[in-house]
Write a new protein. Structure first.
Lengths: 359, 299
């Protein structure tokens, strides 16, 4: 199961690697594999849209009915009609007609009108929140991944040692503690007691967003605490995974061989064991890029950070169902896209997966 | 990780004492022992809540916002409730949801995983397609969205919502192990001997993945504890019931930290973390048991 180095196959492209398609970069079995994956993601996306359509209809008591009576006097008829379609209040049409209408709407990128931010469209509200989440969570994820891989590799090298025991115990607890509680504790100690960093938001209210030096600095200062929380709580996942794959890899013959040759710890850790142990973690990393959009909901809520997570929270509190539906779709789309990238990366890094799949 | 305990794969497992076979070595593992001890502690507190709790957790007759004292070990809330009593009664909900979601998830994962692996063909293809779709849906978002559609949720409903997002992981792992076992001689022999599918699933395959099933169960419990607390904290469960998550909800809503009421905010967080860690520790113990390479090297 553990990846073994195949210098002949991977380095110079001869021997173990199957024949390539003429004039193509990827071997034919890899193309077949990727085609299968694309098909899967299309089906998965369709399933998500369908789920999104049927979920509110399956719930006891249609939530949209309360909504209509709440907003009835305040919205224009067109927006009301859109909600009626989205939530099945249009009793004159059959469920399947409604479903068809909904599919057509989504395909045109029409996710409806937000009730909280009326008259802004759901699409524009999400588009405004997305960059904040991508910046904050994206950066924290990269930092967390790099740190976690390093710590995991070191723990594995001296496994059972003092560093390993401390880290394992530490991560057991950071893993089990609720994110939001850790976030609140940091907020209280660093932001409130010490007053060292701002308590909420992405920048000081009143500042005009722009590319000025002072604004960028302001954004960075606001980002430190939430980013630290995300790194702190997600570090353990990478470290523990890397540690476990690394321990398995370290007992392989070729690592023993490297030790026997008298290579330095650095060379063995990075050039021999690390290269192979990191493979499954890279897929994990690519997959987690999809969860970036949704991954820090609670952190964003605690710090009132204006990203997708906080937006979802606002939508839930205001019972803004069109916005909730829109966010679920966008998040699912991001996850599917990232998973596809993960598949692509893995088939390039480890050609064996594509062979296994096509047989 | 995919390998079953080697002792039971090669030969037909003994049915009597099967559980002892799993439980005894588990208790010899220090991590698992700590986890079991913490879990039993909270279990006892939940069972004995009526005896242990000094006051009725809903009573609002005490001095509001008082710091810890002899009369109120953990102080009182802004509306004058005794926090220790709330903590003790609040043990029940996380435990019920964790065990409920763990059980439901494991049942579904076992059912889908084993049947897909055993029957194969189109049945397997369809089930795995559904599993993979559910697997990549972002769990917390789906849980929050479903809960927002429910006006108020009881423990069973919260367990169900959590189950919707937690079953696919186990189903996939258990299917892989079923396929692995299917190629083993004793299962092949049973198929040739014409054993019924039901018997095959429950007497040949299932007993050989006890550790995977248990690991799946405890992992789900951990996930459920944290998720249920998050839901309560967001006000999406039922904030009028007493639970660790709802204590945090009210503490946060009353700006407990900003007025310095750490006694209102710290205990529920610690309790959630400890219970979660208990499940994680048991799981690590099982992992070390079944994957000898992860075991600490003897010194």
């Amino acid at each position: 199961m553990a990846p073994s180095p195949s210098p002949s196959g991977r380095r110079n492209g001869s021997g173990a690697v199957p024949p390539r398609c003429e004039g193509r970069g990827l071997p034919s079995h890899a193309m077949k594999y990727l085609l299968r994956r694309v098909l899967f993601y299309l089906v998965a996306f369709w399933a998500t849209i369908t789920l999104n359509f049927f979920l509110p209809r399956l719930m006891p008591g249609n939530p949209a009915e309360a909504l209509m009576s709440k907003f009835g006097g305040r919205l224009n008829p067109l927006a009301l009609h859109a909600i009626a379609i989205a939530f099945g209040l249009n009793v004159h049409e059959s469920l399947w007609t409604q479903y068809g209408q909904y599919l057509v709407q989504v395909m045109h990128g029409n996710l409806g009108t937000s009730l909280t931010f009326y008259p802004a469209s759901v699409f524009s509200v999400i588009a405004a929140a997305l960059p904040w989440t991508l910046g904050l969570v994206g950066l924290s994820t990269v930092i967390s991944f790099a740190l976690g891989i390093g710590i995991g590799a070191l723990s594995a090298w001296r496994h059972g040692g003092r560093f390993d025991t401390f880290m394992s115990t530490f991560f057991t607890f950071t893993y089990a503690f609720p994110y939001f509680w850790i976030a609140l504790t940091f907020l209280y100690v660093v932001g409130f007691l010490w007053g060292a960093l701002p308590l909420s938001g992405a920048y000081t209210t009143g500042l005009i967003p722009g590319l000025s030096w002072s604004f960028v600095l302001n954004v960075l200062r606001h980002g430190i605490l939430p980013a630290f929380t995300i790194v702190f709580t997600s570090l353990g996942y990478w470290a523990v995974n890397m540690r476990n794959t690394m321990i398995t890899t370290l007992s392989e013959d070729y690592v023993v061989m490297a030790e026997a040759k008298g290579l330095t710890l650095r060379q063995i850790l990075i050039g021999y064991a690390g290269r192979n142990a990191i493979l499954p973690n890279i897929t994990g990393f690519a997959m987690s890029l999809g969860f970036i959009v949704a991954g820090a909901i609670l952190t964003e809520i605690v710090f009132s950070y204006p990203g997708i997570g906080y937006l979802l929270f606002q939508a839930v509190q205001q019972e803004d169902y069109p916005l909730i539906q829109g966010i679920l779709l966008i998040v699912a789309f991001a996850v599917l896209a990232a998973n596809f990238v993960a598949d692509l990366m893995y088939s390039l890094l480890d050609p064996r997966v594509t062979i296994g799949e096509s047989q | 990780m995919i390998d079953a305990p080697s002792a039971s794969v090669s030969s037909r497992p003994r049915r009597v004492g099967q559980w002892l076979l799993v439980v005894r070595p588990l208790l010899r593992n220090a991590k698992a022992r700590t986890g079991v001890a913490i879990f039993l502690f909270f279990g006892l507190v939940a069972l004995l809540a009526p005896i242990l709790s000094p006051y009725n957790p809903h009573l609002t007759i005490f001095a509001p916002g008082a710091s810890p004292s002899a009369a109120h070990w953990l102080g009182t809330t802004q509306s004058g409730q005794d926090i220790l009593s709330q903590m003790i009664w609040g043990t029940r909900q996380p435990l019920e949801i964790a065990l409920g979601a763990g059980l439901l998830t494991t049942l579904i994962a076992v059912g889908i995983g084993i049947s897909a692996g055993l029957f194969g063909g189109v049945y397997d293809e369809i089930l795995m397609l559904i599993t993979n779709i559910f697997l990549i849906l972002p769990g917390l978002v789906v849980v929050i969205v479903i809960s927002s559609y429910l006006s108020s949720a009881n423990n069973l409903m919260i367990s169900l919502v959590i189950t919707v997002t937690s079953w696919p992981w186990g189903a996939r792992v258990l299917r892989a192990q079923t396929l692995n076992l299917k190629s083993k001689d004793f299962v092949k022999a049973a198929i040739v001997a014409g054993e019924m599918r039901f018997r095959l699933a429950f007497f040949e395959v299932l007993p050989n993945m006890t550790s995977l099933v248990a690991s799946n169960f405890f992992f789900t419990c951990l996930y459920a504890v944290v998720t249920a607390a998050s839901l309560q904290f967001l006000g999406l469960g039922n904030i009028n019931t007493v639970s660790w998550g709802s204590i945090l909800y009210w503490a946060n809503n009353s700006q407990a930290l900003m007025i310095g009421a750490w006694w209102w905010f710290v205990p529920p967080g610690l309790a959630i973390g400890l219970l979660g860690a208990a499940f994680a520790l048991i799981n690590f113990g099982i992992d070390e048991l079944t994957n000898p390479r992860l075991r600490r090297e003897a010194k």
